[in-house]
Design a protein. Structure first.
Length: 146
């Protein structure tokens, strides 16, 4: 089993002085929540809060193996439908929808944290949406002709 580096983690307690600060020496390993799966418990020495290393990730509170979640997300990002993703990955539609929701929220939070002070002069819409938008516009204009 590989050794986990704890300097990449931050205290998840909003009331803590070290909240959200990565690389702070106050985060210490504090046992295992699942040793066979390699999920560590961590402890903040400033506020005393214990938390899972999966906290703040799409893997938090999931019983699925990480590889299964990654497989589901890959299908979704390639444009595979939700039902088809469930069939291909051997999970239920509700599982696919839950994972899509969790990973979407995580991606949005990551984007908002990392992308700052960007002022684009030009924005280009996604080609797939542009195609769908054109089809929808054609349908609406035909309805108004009748």
């Amino acid at each position: 089993m590989e050794k986990h580096e704890v300097s990449e983690f931050a205290c998840p307690n909003p009331k803590c002085k070290a909240f959200g600060q990565r690389g702070v020496p106050s985060i210490r390993p504090h046992g295992w929540s699942s040793k066979p799966r390699g999920i560590r418990c961590l402890h903040c020495t400033i506020c005393g809060k214990d938390f899972s290393e999966r906290r703040g990730t799409p893997f938090f509170r999931s019983q699925l193996p990480e590889q299964k979640i990654v497989e589901i997300v890959r299908h979704i990002t390639e444009g595979t439908g939700m039902r088809a993703t469930g069939r291909l990955c051997g999970v239920s539609l509700n599982t696919v929808l839950r994972i899509a929701l969790h990973t979407g929220k995580h991606a949005e939070a990551f984007h908002d944290e990392k992308v700052r002070h960007v002022h684009p002069r030009q924005v280009q819409a996604d080609e797939a949406w542009n195609f769908v938008g054109k089809k929808r516009q054609t349908l609406q204009s035909r309805r108004s002709c009748r």
